[in-house]
Design a protein around this ligand. Structure first.
Ligand code: DGL
Length: 287
């Protein structure tokens, strides 16, 4: 049995790479749903259906624990699937299976607090937040921004952090296609500037809240001032998965170092940008 990793495309490779570093002997199967990518501008219903079908494909391919290496799927679909579909999948497959998201570990990293912590609210600070406190910017897809998941969940835990999500529609699609770096750096700089104009200054911390953006993390770092700290999801997710496996020894996990990469889209070699990020050419098999 393997650890499954799901994304709409190549963005989840950023999480996969960190997970395989952390669990080098474990078996992994990666599914890129490139037939449906990008998903960040689709309806909630479509995102739930796409995520469910992707997870089912990964369970069929032998995954027992699936990491949704996709903020959009984690924000929109995860809770819905965990309520009824995952228990049904457990019964159908006759073995322990689960689906985990990447937003909880990211919020833990951004707040420095465990997910179980919820601050006692003395009152609303909303009107003061713009000036008074540390600002966290979240660059993400339209669907993640509309969900306001980062604003809501960070606000529950840290009254002193103001959160502003900046939707970057189109950016994941360009990264998926391996667009030239010159084009990507202009798009990234535009989004960084749009956030600065909206909040009146640059954020103190920035979350790359779409796994595709981690592939071009250095473009975000170049567009943001040096003083802005980037929060990287892959290491936060690997830390959380380590703790999860300590608490849940019930999953069967193979140790044959299996590395399968599946796509619902066009099989074969991925873009030069992916090879560069990966450090070697990477080819996907048909799902
Ligand atoms: N990589 C995904 C995310 O983290 C989705 C990008 C997309 O398909 O729009 O949100």
């Amino acid at each position: 049995m393997a650890i499954g990793v799901f994304d709409s495309g190549v963005g989840g490779l950023t999480v996969h790479r960190e997970l395989t570093r952390r669990f080098p002997t474990r078996d992994f199967v990666y599914l890129a749903d490139q037939a449906n990518a990008p998903i960040g501008s689709k309806s909630g219903e479509a995102i739930v259906n796409i995520t469910r079908d992707g997870c089912e494909r990964l369970f069929e391919a032998g995954a027992s624990v699936i990491v949704l290496a996709c903020n959009t799927a984690s924000a929109i679909a995860l809770r819905r699937l965990q309520q009824t579909w995952v228990p049904q999948a457990r019964a159908r497959h006759g073995r322990p299976v689960n689906v985990l998201g990447i937003i909880v570990p990211t919020i833990e990293a951004a707040t420095g607090l465990p997910w179980s912590f919820e601050a006692e609210r003395a009152g609303s600070l909303d009107s003061d937040k713009r000036e008074a406190i540390d600002i966290t910017g979240v660059f993400c897809t339209a669907a993640t921004a509309i969900s306001r998941v980062y604003e809501i969940e960070i606000d529950k835990r840290r009254e002193d952090l103001a959160v502003f999500s900046e939707p970057c529609p189109g950016l994941a699609g360009l990264i998926e296609l391996g667009a030239p770096v010159e084009e990507l750096s202009v798009v990234v700089a535009d989004h960084v500037d749009a956030l600065r104009r909206r909040i009146g200054r640059h954020p103190d911390k920035a979350i790359l809240g779409c796994t595709h953006y981690e592939i071009v993390a250095e473009l975000f770092a170049a567009a943001l001032p040096q003083a802005t700290t980037l929060i990287h999801q892959p290491s936060a997710v690997a830390d959380a998965l380590e703790r999860y496996f300590d608490r849940h020894p019930e999953y069967e996990l193979g140790t044959n170092q299996r590395r399968d990469f599946l796509t619902t889209g066009k099989p074969g070699p991925q873009s030069d940008m992916v090879s560069q990020f990966w450090g070697a050419p990477l080819s996907f098999d048909p799902a």
